[in-house]
Design a protein around this ligand. Structure first.
Ligand code: GLN
Length: 191
């Protein structure tokens, strides 16, 4: 089983660690660059992307994180995490890390309906649809050729994407009892 770090500077990292435990993966909280060492994968959780990016920069994590990805570490960004890993944002802030070839729009579902739950067919997840929780969620507005769209809502808004060992979801699997997405990431991390 892989060792997976959870960026634990802000957001719902505890819930991710519980899910990783449930699928039998080793997990570790990551706050400093040296804690990235030896990880097979890293989850960047939901929270507030401006705060997460600010703290990544304050703790000197930006370059080491990019380096680990070049060396083959898997990364999964959920919600704010999707914003953090993007190449480009339609918003002025924050300055994303540019790990995945995706353009992302923050708070894409507008104010009135900015939080909702729905059933989603996710490519690569067998069995019943995934119960997806969206909280002031982003959406992928453009994806490079190497990016596979795994799930969409409202006929054409990508909310789950994969590019090699990089995964991003607009929703929060860690807030449900369904461990299948974490199992999928564990398997991506160990290959
Ligand atoms: N709206 C938040 C942001 O832009 C993300 C919300 C979330 O992670 N649930 O950072």
């Amino acid at each position: 089983m892989p060792t997976i770090g959870v960026l634990a500077i802000q957001g719902d990292f505890i819930e991710h660690r519980e899910m990783l435990g449930a699928v039998g993966a080793e997990s570790r909280e990551v706050r400093l660059p040296e804690q990235l060492e030896g990880l097979d994968g890293l989850i960047i959780p939901g929270g507030e992307s401006t705060t997460i990016v600010q703290l990544i920069d304050i703790f000197g994590m930006r370059e080491p994180l990019k380096q680990c990805v070049s060396n083959g570490m898997a990364v999964w960004g959920t919600c704010a995490g999707m914003i953090v890993v993007a190449r480009r944002l339609l918003d002025r802030r924050p300055q994303p890390l540019g790990l995945m070839d995706i353009e992302v729009s923050r708070n894409a579902f507008g104010r009135q309906v900015d939080s909702f739950e729905t059933s989603l067919e996710v490519n690569g997840i067998d069995g019943p649809p995934v119960h997806a929780v969206f909280i002031r969620a982003p959406v992928v507005t453009k994806a490079g050729e190497a990016v596979r769209i795994l799930a969409e809502v409202d006929g054409g808004m990508p909310v789950a994407v994969r590019e090699g060992k990089l995964l991003a979801t607009s929703f929060h699997p860690e807030l449900t009892n369904d461990t299948r997405m974490h199992r999928m990431f564990a398997s991506i991390s160990s290959c």
